[in-house]
Design a protein around this ligand. Structure first.
Ligand SMILES: N[C@@H](CCC(=O)N[C@@H](CS)C(=O)NCC(=O)O)C(=O)O
Length: 223
């Protein structure tokens, strides 16, 4: 299997965690932001990474969107499952994944890039890096008000996770699911932000544990 990705994307990290959890061998190809659409549009009709090319006989050519990739992986290799067989647990996992993908992953992106352009500029002050961050901020329409809203949304999410994950091994049921992998991937950029590290040390321990379970190198800030 072959994964088209941005090396820094937390949604691509999510896909790598699932491939690693299932111990499926894969190769990655890092696309250049800006030029990526030229390659992706003809393959998937959209421009987002991750995109999985299963490169298997009789399988769809290209799968876009991390949750579609998860569904494909569960069909391709059911064990260990990403989604529980129990219908109630399954729908809990699906709802959590959708909330994390559509709301929390986006909020993380806003807060993270705001930090990298401001207080965290010293992480990489190079012109190249700061230009890339400026392009991302413009692309997603980031401004002070939207960053504040994203921070509030993250605070609510962290409260939920504190109640449902901090003192439990798994978010749903008795084994790792797509919900744990998605949370670990989509909140991982916060590991570089001192405020989150200091306020939620348990979260970063859990993120590290999930990465270790999946054989995925730890994200920046935890490595
Ligand atoms: N819902 C998508 C979101 C993926 C996403 O937002 N990817 C970003 C990188 S983190 C991207 O490809 N942005 C480039 C673009 O939109 O053209 C998924 O789960 O795969």
């Amino acid at each position: 299997m072959h994964l088209l990705q941005f090396s820094t994307s937390h949604y691509c990290r999510k896909a790598r965690l699932a491939l690693g959890y299932k111990q499926l061998p894969f190769t990655v190809e890092n696309l250049t932001p800006g030029l990526h659409a030229l390659k992706l549009k003809p393959l998937t009709g959209t421009t987002t990474v991750p995109v999985l090319l299963p490169e298997l006989e009789g399988q769809a050519g290209a799968i876009a969107d991390s949750s579609h990739i998860f569904e494909f992986l569960d069909q391709h290799q059911p064990d260990p499952p990403l989604y529980p067989a129990d219908p109630v647990q399954r729908s809990q996992v699906k709802q959590l994944e959708d909330w994390l993908d559509e709301s929390i992953g986006v909020a993380t992106r806003f807060v993270y890039y705001d930090y990298r352009a401001g207080a965290g500029k010293s992480i990489d002050p190079s012109l190249m890096s700061q230009a890339m961050i400026a392009i991302v901020r413009r692309q997603y329409g980031m401004n002070a008000a939207r960053v504040r809203l994203a921070g509030d949304r993250l605070a609510d999410a962290l409260q939920y996770l504190q109640q449902h994950w901090k003192d439990r091994e798994f978010l749903v049921g008795s084994q790792i699911t797509a919900a744990d992998l998605t949370t670990a991937a989509l909140l991982s950029p916060l590991a570089l932000l001192p405020h989150y590290r200091a306020a939620h040390p348990w979260l970063f321990e859990k993120i590290a544990t999930v990465h270790q379970r999946c054989g995925e190198p730890l994200p920046p800030g935890l490595a």
